[in-house]
Design a protein. Structure first.
Length: 76
């Protein structure tokens, strides 16, 4: 599904509250739900998807932090 045209009523999946940093053909939440990702995996997707349009380097650092937590599970 492509980004809705101006002045259309948006469903929950397409409604953006607090910014326009998820303007993409496939919404991160759609990918996350369809692939049944865990909370930490979902955050990696979220931060990587938005870094260019929101918090830049900080979002990449957050994604790395979640990846480090996932990696630690392999050593447990």
């Amino acid at each position: 599904m492509k980004w809705p045209v101006k002045d259309t009523v948006l469903t929950g999946k397409w409604k953006q509250v607090g910014g326009q940093h998820y303007i993409m053909p496939i919404q991160p939440i759609e990918f996350i739900v369809e692939n049944d990702l865990s909370y930490r995996e979902a955050n990696v997707v979220k931060y990587v998807c938005r870094h260019k349009n929101k918090n830049g380097k900080q979002d990449i650092e957050k994604a790395i932090h979640y990846l480090e937590m996932i990696l630690e599970d392999y050593d447990a």
